[in-house]
Write a protein that binds this ligand. Structure first.
Ligand code: GLP
Length: 236
């Protein structure tokens, strides 16, 4: 597949088909740069009138702990800016883990309950970290994990520093859906672009299923699709 834009177009087509067949679909949203081409292509479908999102619900994968919800790089802000507004989603139907909760364990349990109450996720969009993380499930995360507080690795904090004014500003903790939560989605769609993801993509798709590469658990999902550009496919 030649380019990241094309990955976005193809992935968006799959999602638009799903929502066409199931107008009240529940989507799982990922942040990071990887899915942005999908959201741009979906927004185009909405503008063209080929995608009606009025009954769609969505759950984000994760959120930083310790930054205000209205900080431009909180995932609540990113999802609002990149997804809810351009895709005309009903904000009442879009949820992001509450990284500002005083009781984060309870916030994790509430999030799990909200996903269950919505009937579960039909299609979960995923990016992949250079260390194989999905959501913020860093290497060694349990395959059975549910939404919970996690410490970000130095690698992930360094990778995400580009979104902040200084590296010190990158939060140290997050609230993330667990690998068990992610694996409960009825289908998974992992997207990756660029050579910096090639090793992680190869480990996830062709390596052993190991918690050292959290994305490798996708090999056990009955409906997982991986869409990558040429550069991210280089090690396959
Ligand atoms: C971020 C997010 C992940 C994302 C990954 C890759 O930290 N928490 O959900 O998939 O890291 O990010 P990017 O797509 O910007 O490379």
């Amino acid at each position: 597949m030649p380019s990241g834009t094309e990955v976005g177009l193809l992935a968006a087509r799959k999602i638009t088909r799903l929502v066409g067949a199931r107008p009240d679909a529940v989507l799982g949203l990922a942040t990071g740069s990887s899915p942005l081409a999908i959201y741009a292509a979906l927004a185009a479908h909405v503008r063209e009138g080929t995608l009606d999102t009025s009954r769609v619900s969505a759950f984000a994968l994760d959120e930083y702990v310790g930054i205000p919800a209205d900080h431009p790089e909180s995932y609540a802000s990113v999802i609002d800016r990149e997804v809810t507004v351009p895709l005309h989603l009903d904000p009442e139907r879009v949820q992001v883990p509450d990284g500002r909760a005083t009781d984060l364990e309870a916030a994790g349990r509430r999030y799990e309950e909200a996903i269950r109450a919505a009937g579960g996720v039909d299609l979960q969009i995923l990016g992949i970290g250079a260390n194989g993380h999905v959501g913020f499930n860093e290497p060694t995360s349990s395959f059975a994990s549910r939404t919970r507080i996690k410490t970000l690795t130095e690698r992930t904090r360094a990778d995400n520093a580009r979104f902040f004014a200084s590296p010190d500003e990158v939060p140290t903790h997050c609230l993330t859906q667990g690998l068990g939560t992610i694996m409960d989605a009825r289908s998974l769609l992992l997207v990756a672009q660029g050579s910096q993801k090639a090793a992680a993509v190869a480990a996830a798709v062709e390596g052993p299923v190991t918690s050292m590469c959290p994305a490798s658990i996708l090999q056990h999902h009955p409906h997982a699709t991986v869409m990558v550009d040429e550069a991210a496919a280089a090690d396959l």
